[in-house]
Write a protein that binds this ligand. Structure first.
Ligand code: FE2
Length: 425
C-alpha cells in the first residue's frame, strides 16, 4: 500500500504513460502500469509531471514593495539601488516578513520548490536578514529557502558592510554574495571578490556574486571570480549571477574567458526578465540585449540556470513567481529555438538550478523526494509555450497547492464546447 500514486503522467525526459508511486515522502517507483493500491490516486491524464521549479536568484527582502516609497522612473539598475536605499530605513522586520510570506504563497502555487534569495546586508540592524531567517523557518515545510549575504551597497564601498556581512553569516545565512561592479573602482571590485571568496573558503560555504551586471564591455569581475575559485579550491561551489557585461565584451576576450569559467566550474545564473528590462538603457539603436552568452556558456560545459531576480520591487514592476515566464524570456532573448534548446530552457528552471543550489533528493527517480508539479501541458516545450497552468503541487508526497484546469467555454455559433489549449493537437 503506497501513500500516493500519480497515474498516466508524461515526464520531462519524454516518457509517457508513467505511474509514480510514493511512500514516506519519497518516490518508491516510476513505471508504467503500477497496480498496487494507494491511499490517494491522482490521474495525471497524460499531462506533464515535473520536479519542482527552482529559482536560483531572487531578492525576497524587496519583493512586493513596488511603489514604496516611489516608482523607478529611469528604469535603470542604479535608480533601483537608490530607491531601495530609500525604502530600507522605513521598512520594518515585520513588513519584510509579511511581504515575503505573501510572495511564498504565490511561489508555492506556481510550483516553486526552492528559492535562493539574496538578502541585503548593508543595514546595521540587518532587518532583511532577521526577517528572512524567520521566513526560512516558517516555509521549510513547503519551500527550501537558501539565503545569500548580499552587501548591496558594496562590501568595500559601504563602511560597515563587511562587518555586517560577516555578522549575517554568523546568524545563519547560507551563501556568500557580493557586487564587485558596484564598488568604487575596478581594483576595489577585484579586491571584494578576493575577500569574499576567502570568507567562503574559510567557512566552507558556497558563493553567489552579482557579477558584471552592466553593459560595460571592460567589466572583468567574472574573470576574477573564476580565478579566486580556482585559487581557493572552490570549484563547483561558486556562481556568477547576471554576467550581462559578457554580452558586450570583445569576442576574442570571451573566447579566453568562457573556458576559464568552465575550468573553475563556476556556474552562471542569468536573469532574463529583469536584465532585458534594465540593460541597454544608455544605448540608442541598435540596443544591446540584457542577457549574457547563455548558449556559449552552456556549450562550453558551464552549468547555467535561469533566475527570476525580482517581482514587483524597485527594479521590476512585473512578475508573478512563474519560472516558465523566466524560461520563456530566456529562450527568446537567447534565440534558443531548436527543440533541444527549448527543452534545455525548461531544465534551466528545474534540475540545472537545483544542481547549482546543491539540493538533495531532487528529481523524479526512485529514492528522490516525492515533490513534483502536475502541469496542464503535455511536455516541457508545451509547458513553456503555454506558461502552463499548475494543477497540483506535491511536497514529499503531500498535495500543498491545487487548482482546477483552465478551460475556455466557446459559445460562438457552430463551435460550441469546452476548449483546453493544452490539447489543441
Ligand atoms: Fe539580483
Amino acid at each position: 500500500m503506497f501513500d500516493l500514486i500519480v497515474k498516466n503522467a508524461n515526464l520531462p525526459d519524454g516518457r509517457t504513460g508513467m505511474d509514480i508511486a510514493c511512500a514516506d515522502g519519497k518516490i518508491a517507483a516510476v513505471e508504467a502500469g503500477i497496480t498496487a493500491e494507494a491511499k490517494e490516486v491522482v490521474d495525471a491524464g497524460g499531462y506533464l509531471v515535473s520536479p519542482p521549479f527552482i529559482d536560483p536568484h531572487f531578492h525576497m527582502d524587496a519583493t512586493l514593495s513596488l511603489g514604496t516609497p516611489r516608482m523607478n522612473v529611469s528604469g535603470t539598475l542604479l535608480e533601483g539601488i537608490a530607491l531601495w536605499g530609500e525604502l530600507k530605513p522605513i521598512q520594518t522586520v515585520d513588513d519584510i516578513i509579511d511581504r515575503a510570506m505573501r510572495y511564498c504563497d504565490l511561489a508555492l502555487a506556481k510550483g516553486i520548490g526552492a528559492i535562493r534569495t539574496h538578502v541585503d546586508t548593508c543595514d546595521d540592524e540587518l532587518k532583511g536578514v532577521q526577517a528572512l531567517l524567520e521566513v526560512r523557518e516558517r516555509i521549510k515545510g513547503y519551500i527550501d529557502l537558501q539565503l545569500v549575504a548580499f552587501p548591496q551597497d558594496g562590501v568595500l564601498r559601504d563602511p560597515t558592510a563587511m562587518a555586517n556581512t560577516v555578522r549575517a553569516l554568523d546568524m545563519g545565512v547560507d551563501v556568500v554574495g557580493g557586487i564587485p561592479h558596484f564598488e568604487r573602482t575596478m581594483a576595489d571590485g577585484a579586491e571584494s571578490v578576493r575577500l569574499l571568496c576567502e570568507i567562503a573558503a574559510e567557512r566552507g560555504l558556497m558563493v553567489d556574486m552579482h557579477c558584471d551586471e552592466s553593459d560595460d564591455p571592460h567589466s572583468r569581475h567574472i574573470e576574477t571570480l573564476a580565478y579566486e575559485t580556482q585559487r581557493l579550491g572552490l570549484q563547483g561551489r561558486v556562481a556568477g549571477s547576471h554576467l550581462t557585461s559578457m554580452h558586450s565584451m570583445d569576442n576574442y576576450y570571451v573566447s579566453k574567458l568562457i573556458p576559464l569559467i568552465a575550468e573553475a566550474q563556476v556556474h552562471a545564473i542569468p536573469n532574463p526578465l529583469i536584465n532585458i528590462m534594465l540593460q541597454g538603457r544608455h544605448d540608442t539603436y541598435p540596443k544591446r540585449r540584457g542577457q549574457t552568452r547563455v548558449r556559449e556558456l552552456r556549450d562550453a560545459g558551464v552549468t547555467v540556470g535561469f533566475g527570476s531576480d525580482c517581482v514587483m520591487d524597485p527594479w521590476y514592476s512585473l512578475g508573478k513567481a512563474d519560472m516558465l515566464d523566466v524560461a520563456f524570456m530566456g529562450l527568446h532573448v537567447g534565440q534558443l529555438s531548436s527543440r533541444a534548446d527549448m527543452a534545455w530552457c525548461f531544465e534551466a528552471v528545474t534540475e540545472t538550478s537545483a544542481k547549482i543550489m546543491g539540493l538533495e533528493g531532487y528529481g523524479l527517480s526512485k529514492g528522490c523526494d516525492a515533490s513534483f508539479v502536475l502541469l496542464q501541458a503535455s511536455d516541457t516545450i508545451e509547458a513553456i509555450r503555454l506558461r502552463a497552468h499548475r494543477l497540483k503541487v506535491f511536497r514529499k508526497g503531500v498535495c500543498v497547492a491545487s487548482s482546477d484546469p483552465v478551460s475556455y467555454q466557446i459559445t460562438a455559433q457552430g463551435r460550441e464546447g469546452a476548449l483546453d489549449e493544452a490539447r489543441l493537437r
